[in-house]
Ligand binder design. Structure first.
Ligand SMILES: C[S@@+](CC[C@H](N)C(=O)[O-])C[C@H]1O[C@@H](n2cnc3c(N)ncnc32)[C@H](O)[C@@H]1O
Length: 280
């Protein structure tokens, strides 16, 4: 598909949008690149993988963005090799500043790495930006060693679109600030960059089509995704107010509420992100 006004395809739209979003990404997603975040990133990956990363293992963070996983895992486990790849030069510059290395600018569906170069591929919030999900998952399988695994940390479900939509409309009504023409442009670009939502079944079917035999996917998160949605909107519309609010503390509380209540109480279809492991 080509976006008529820009001449860009979906990958190009993602590159341009994320080169812009990198300026405020960490702020809006409540990411601080410190030891606490590093421990959290390691927990995110190891709890899904079902084991600790082993010394000397080689991990690829596909679509590493500003380095939540790539820098976090490296900080938490200096004995593990962690490479990052991303389409956006701006995101990669931030990831480098956060401590991620080595890094490659690349389309996640066409990686500049040899076959069987990694033990684990991790990806957080990336697949929903890729036009050819089966092609990208196939590429990640190509760079995995035998016995390796892809860890998917967070992909949006149809439910988060619905719940997030209600929250966004409420916040916009409360904040009552119309967008400038430039902000409006990037809002549209953001919509064009988000290509898919998934359920465990729909993503599982794509993974099987890409050649994975071991597919273990479920849903997780409720409060945390709503909190991050609110953060994104308030930072975008009312940065003065956003600066006064304790987003990181709220993020900790929302994560705890998900762990203790929502992930246990809510049915699978009510939760907001798909996560899990794929094995060839
Ligand atoms: C929502 S951000 C997630 C970033 C990071 N994984 C994190 O957890 O914060 C999506 C990332 O995917 C990257 N991306 C989008 N399309 C891509 C593609 N075709 N190849 C590689 N990276 C891509 C974007 O540049 C952006 O950094």
């Amino acid at each position: 598909m080509t976006y008529v006004d820009t001449g860009l395809d979906a990958v190009g739209v993602n590159r341009v949008f994320h080169d812009h979003e990198c300026r405020y990404y960490d702020e809006r997603f409540a990411i601080v690149h410190d030891r606490r975040t590093a421990r959290q990133a390691l927990r995110d990956v190891e709890s899904l993988l079902g084991r600790a990363l082993r010394p000397g293992e080689r991990v690829l963070d596909a679509g590493c963005g500003t380095g939540y996983l790539a820098a976090g895992l490296r900080r938490a486990r200096p004995d593990v090799f962690v490479a990052g790849a991303d389409l956006s030069a701006g995101m990669l510059a931030n990831a480098r500043a956060a401590g991620a290395a080595p890094l490659a600018q690349a389309d996640a569906a066409r990686l500049p790495f040899a076959d069987r170069a990694f033990d684990v591929v991790v990806a957080r919030g990336v697949l929903h930006h890729l036009p050819d999900v089966v092609g990208a998952l196939g590429e990640w399988r190509r760079v995995l060693r035998p016995g390796g695994a892809v860890v998917l940390v967070s992909e949006p479900t149809p439910t988060v679109e619905r719940h997030g939509g209600v929250l966004v409309r409420g916040l916009l009504a409360a904040l009552r600030r119309p967008l400038t023409a430039e902000e409006d442009f990037w809002e549209v670009a953001s919509m064009a960059a988000n290509l898919h939502v998934f359920t465990p079944d729909s993503l599982g079917a794509l993974a099987r089509a890409a050649g994975y035999r071991g597919v273990a996917l479920s849903t997780t998160d409720f409060a945390d995704t709503l909190l991050i949605t609110a953060s994104y909107v308030v930072w975008g519309r009312a940065p003065g107010l956003a600066r006064r609010l304790p987003w990181r503390r709220a993020d900790d509380l929302a994560r705890a509420a998900d762990r203790v209540f929502w992930n246990r109480l809510l049915p699978v279809s009510w939760r907001h992100t798909v996560a899990g492991v794929l094995r060839p």
